[in-house]
Design a protein around this ligand. Sequence first.
Ligand SMILES: [Zn+2]
Length: 333
Amino acid sequence: MTTIVRPGEQTAHPPATAERCSLCGSARYKTLLRAKGRKVIECHGCGLRALDPMPSLSRMIAINEETVHPFFQACLEDESSYRGYFANKLDDLQQQRTEGRLLDVGCGAGFFLDAARARGYDVAGVDLSAVPTAYARDQLRLDVTMGSLYDYRAPSDAFDLITIFQTIEHDPNPAALGAELFRIMAPGGTLMVTTPAADGFVARVMGKRWFGYRNVEHVTFFTRRSLQHALEAAGFEIISLDVEHGKKLTMKYVLNRLINYYYNHRTFIRNGLRLLHPAVFLLGKVVLFEPWAHLYAIARKPETASSVGPVPAQLPAQEPDGGRGAPPTITDE
Ligand SMILES: [Zn+2]
């Protein structure tokens, strides 16, 4: 649910720009579209779609500060929907492995971890947002760390299973993210990823109006091709990769997402949406279904793979403010 942006990223390692693709290094790209004042480019080499230029880290932090709290409330109100969705994901995970150490990256309020623990996994989570991680720790008694995956500095080969739901699209450098996931995964371990599908039905119908392009928190946009490239380039073997239905959605959730969607629009639109909240209570039982909206991949780190290397050099220094809350937290469904 939440992301990962390396503090200090901009100075040390520029993310994707028109110069070079951050995923495959290709210098060949085209301008795909412009949406909401943002330009999205597509790499010829791997198909990755990314903002050009990438927003600054400080900009993303500012956006997150404004969006995380309403989103967190929406999460709590939509808990049963999340839990239903995650139960299906756990069914799939158990087909790969029925026990082991599991890390959920971008764990948010911890609904998935809570359910995974109940099925016998030894669970831990990491998330950039203070409020959801506090909820996961205090209400659900989960082992959850606030901070980025990079700050987390897990030992190599530390986890048998890693899940990362709706998070990779927030990271300006998918190659660095893939490398870190691979490093901390034990050989033979299973990775489960979801991300909005830029080649899904909804995205193709909506074009540049697709929420993925307009969500101010998203900086990369994956198709089946580019997600496969990202996972394989990191060293993973694909077990399955397809477009799936998303969660069941309540009207209230949709409304909260619309408020986020119109983040940059005139204030009266956002306030108008907020005013609609009472009406939504009347529709509270209406359930929608996200149609073919997400990519869903399961991958494996080969048994023979080695990840004995050191912690990657691009890991940031300690937070200058002592780690209070500076890491940007970017939240998603
Ligand atoms: Zn590329």
